[in-house]
Design a protein around this ligand. Sequence first.
Ligand code: GLN
Length: 446
Amino acid sequence: TNETLKTIEKTEEQIHAFIHVAKEEATARAEQLDQAPADARGPLFGVPVGIKDNIVTKDMTTTCASKMLEDFVPVYNATVMDKLEAAGAINVGKLNMDEFAMGSTTETSFFGNTLNPWNTDYVPGGSSGGSAAAVAAGEVPLSLGSDTGGSVRQPAAFCGVVGMKPTYGRISRFGLTAFGSSLDSVGTFSRTVEDNALLLGVIAGEDDNDSSSSAKQVPDYKAALTGDIKGLKVAVPSAYLGEGVDAEVAATVKEALKVLESLGAVCEEVELPHVQYAPTTYYVISSSEAQSNLSRFDGLRYGYHTENAENLEQAYFRTRQEGFGDEVKKRILFGTYAMSADHHEDLYVRAQRIRTLIAQDFDKVFENYDVVIGPTAATTAFKLGETGGDQLVHYANDVLAVPANLTGRPALSVPCGFVNELPVGLQIMGKHFDEETLYNVGHAYE
Ligand code: GLN
């Protein structure tokens, strides 16, 4: 823990992955663990872990990278935090992110952006940019993020680390600040697939506090890492290597597919007729859910409260006007519009129908294939400030990431090479609750 804290202190000057480094808490916890009897040591005994700052931590600020929650100190732990603690892990701090997990670069954070450890002129991706950068820079071996529409996998790809978004319901969402409740999942970052499998095994499982958590038993993910993928049936959607995907990224992924073939996998091209509508569908649904979820930040119950109000209505209005950043406001406005009486048939209801069509496309493919593979992101990391926070640029990029969330499927990103010295990620999507196959494919490839 001491070494980790020293490394963090040095590295943070360049990377700024943390919003809060929990120096005192981590040190006290390590001292306490030192006294633990040998037979009471869990699978993550003494392992330092960083936590995305939208996962609530008892007695430790949880800001969601927003002015709205700048000083918010939760009175309880997220279920994943309790599980990490029970396994012996040490929380060394809270990691930077896009405000309320809305973004793809970590530039919308109220606390300033995080830099990509491979080249600090570039963003780490987002929204879990701090979680990915901290692992890539060697500050922590493991971290947690959240993935509503790619926010674990895309930064994992941009930072050259392993990132898993498991099946919807595999990990309890209790204590994960809600964004799009039908899409949200906690996700895991690590440098190797094996470490990732270990971490998921610790935090997955049913939870009485989250009715959407699955009762399915948690398998021993590490035991699934046989490295044997002979006969594995791989679907490669044509849209995933075609127009809109950087040619060099596509070439890098094709090389990775050749490696899988050399290990005995059978790769075939497939069509996903509705997948081009995935980003639009995702933004309608996620923003509609977000506007409802974020209504709780009213200045009375949580965090920031305006000083410029003469009555209750002004208090609500100005708290939200002053507390939320531009991207969050945009999503709330759009989501409110999409759910309004005049437009919800055209936007929200239609998006739900298209979501079903997209899910059916994937169901069909998975009748004949074990995994769907493509790039995690269409490009390598963006240059800092290049997109000026313009989310429209990123919306198009999301065609690769959001189907896993829209269909509730697990997807793993593993590093598969470099373009211009920036990492490229290989995305492996699987059947519901078949994280084992994803880890095994990633492990075989690694
Ligand atoms: N780019 C997506 C968005 O801005 C990522 C969200 C996420 O997964 N948290 O909505």
